[in-house]
Design a protein around this ligand. Structure first.
Ligand SMILES: Cc1cc2nc3c(=O)[nH]c(=O)nc-3n(C[C@H](O)[C@H](O)[C@H](O)COP(=O)(O)O)c2cc1C
Length: 177
């Protein structure tokens, strides 16, 4: 299986990235191939509702970093959406990516793929209900199978590295792929 991990935190090597990395480490047990990308390294413009992705080839015509990310998503069998909780939702960068997933409504290229969500939050898992619901409903809409989530409590940069229980949960999730 091919895995694409999308890291939507601006802090490389911090809580989201660490949990994503641990999940990827676990996935090695099953011999899966993976790629991890940092969304903050890509220019991603907002969806402008031009609806061009609903016609013809059903592709997005905005020329930016998403044109590099789309083929990676197309090739993946499983997507990891890693984002910190920012105001009870994903980071703005992750939301930009989600909005730009609109071509997949018409072209159905994500249909049958699997996805997981990984989210640290200062307030912990209880603050992540709306965020998880948003991903869940979006996955349902795109006919993506929700394969699990890792929610954790963390605030300071890299603090999650001391939470061995949640790191193990992330690793175990990876081994289950
Ligand atoms: C703009 C902003 C908004 C945030 N909003 C929330 C929030 O609503 N609830 C919460 O629990 N944590 C919130 N946090 C804290 C982050 O979720 C937390 O620090 C997380 O561990 C950061 O992950 P990272 O280290 O991968 O960047 C917020 C942080 C920032 C910078």
């Amino acid at each position: 299986m091919r895995i694409l991990a999308l890291v939507g935190s601006p802090r490389k090597g911090s809580n989201t990235d660490t949990l994503v990395e641990e999940t990827l480490k676990g996935s090695k047990v099953g011999g899966h191939k993976y790629e991890k990308i940092y969304l903050y390294e890509y220019e991603i413009s907002p969806c402008i509702d031009c609806r061009k992705c609903k016609k013809g080839d059903c592709v997005c015509v905005i020329s930016d970093g998403m044109q590099e990310i789309y083929p990676k998503m197309d090739r993946a069998d499983l997507l990891i959406f890693g984002t910190p909780n920012y105001w009870y939702g994903p980071t703005a960068k992750m939301k930009l990516l989600i909005d730009r997933m609109r071509p997949y409504v018409a072209n159905e290229k994500l249909k049958g793929k699997k996805a997981v969500v990984i989210t640290p939050a200062a307030e912990g898992p209880s603050a992540c209900g709306a965020l998880i619901e948003m991903f869940h409903m979006s996955f349902d809409y795109l006919k993506i199978e929700f394969r699990g989530k890792i929610l954790a409590e963390a605030y300071e940069r890299g603090e999650i590295k001391d939470d061995h229980a949640v790191l193990k949960n992330a690793y175990d999730l990876g081994t289950s792929f």
